[in-house]
Design a binder for this molecule. Structure first.
Ligand code: 2YJ
Length: 268
């Protein structure tokens, strides 16, 4: 996850219901349903309403992103959690969350975004959660991934986690990264993964794409047809602007919602 900008997330609280509906239209599941599908759980809103989730603003490094805590809290509230954003930040904020009897805590600095459940001695990392969420969303969109070929573009932390999640789904996996060393390392670690040299050709030929790069315009209009499905955790979105209208119904992309919902459900 690259550092988010306020402009990319400030709409989340007002549009979360609309977002959830679109997710349902594409995958058959809303945020809670998708988290349940990915985790093998059966959480319901009424159960989540008994859990208090605290978001702690963190000032270290590049500091607070305006709207970040509020957006994370809005996602959790929509899932059913009782929420609070602590008044204090950092260590004092963590103390406040515990004084206010939070069951789970979410907080992010420039490198890490985690959910904690100290009572259960559990934590969930945003990379793990985001990759699982997007692989499961793709699976639901296309009705199964077993023996289907998925091209994973971008082998940063989320792309690599996505490869692990796709292995669990028994998908065939092709990977591409501009950094050839990353592809070599991954194919040495995981035998069944194939590194591709020509992403353009592969993206045109293979219809299931997991886009996890931190850059735009990686997917051009002529790569896409009616059978293309894209699950894109990468921010900014890699699909070029002129292509979005032709893939919109078969594209999953958001800056925070899916990852946060799986973090929170996963840490319970
Ligand atoms: O509390 C705040 O407002 C800020 N400290 C939030 C920082 C959010 N962090 C990011 O956007 C990082 N790039 C997260 C990296 C997570 C790795 N998955």
């Amino acid at each position: 996850m690259t550092r988010l900008f306020t402009d990319q997330i400030s709409h989340i609280p007002e549009t979360i219901d609309e977002y959830n509906q679109e997710l349902k239209d594409k995958t058959g599941c809303g945020l809670v349903g998708l988290a349940n599908h990915a985790l093998g759980t059966e959480y319901e809103t009424a159960f989540l309403a008994q859990k208090r989730a605290a978001v702690v603003p963190v000032t270290v490094g590049e500091g607070i992103i305006q709207g970040f805590s509020k957006s994370v809290a809005a996602i959790l509230e929509y899932m059913g959690f009782e929420i609070l954003v602590t008044n204090s930040s950092d260590v004092k904020g963590i103390k406040e969350a515990y004084q206010k009897k939070a069951d789970i805590l979410l907080m992010a600095d420039d490198d890490e975004f985690i959910a904690l459940n100290l009572e259960e001695n559990k934590y969930v990392d945003n990379n793990w959660a985001t990759a699982r969420a997007y692989v499961n969303a793709l699976e639901l969109m296309v009705g199964g991934l077993k023996d289907r070929t998925v091209v994973v573009q971008g082998l940063g932390p989320i792309g690599r986690e996505a490869v692990r999640a796709l292995i669990e789904k028994e998908a065939r996996i092709k990977v591409y990264d501009v950094d050839e060393q990353k592809m070599i390392k991954l194919t040495e670690e995981v035998e069944s993964v194939e590194a591709v040299k020509n992403p353009e050709q592969e993206l045109k030929h293979n219809k299931l794409i997991l886009e996890a790069t931190p850059v735009d315009n990686t997917i051009q209009e002529d790569y896409i047809d009616q059978k293309t499905y894209i699950s894109a955790p990468g921010v900014p979105l890699g699909v070029c602007k002129t292509a979005i209208s032709s893939i919109e119904d078969r594209l999953i992309h958001d800056p925070l919602q899916l990852g946060v919902s799986l973090m929170a459900a996963g840490v319970l």
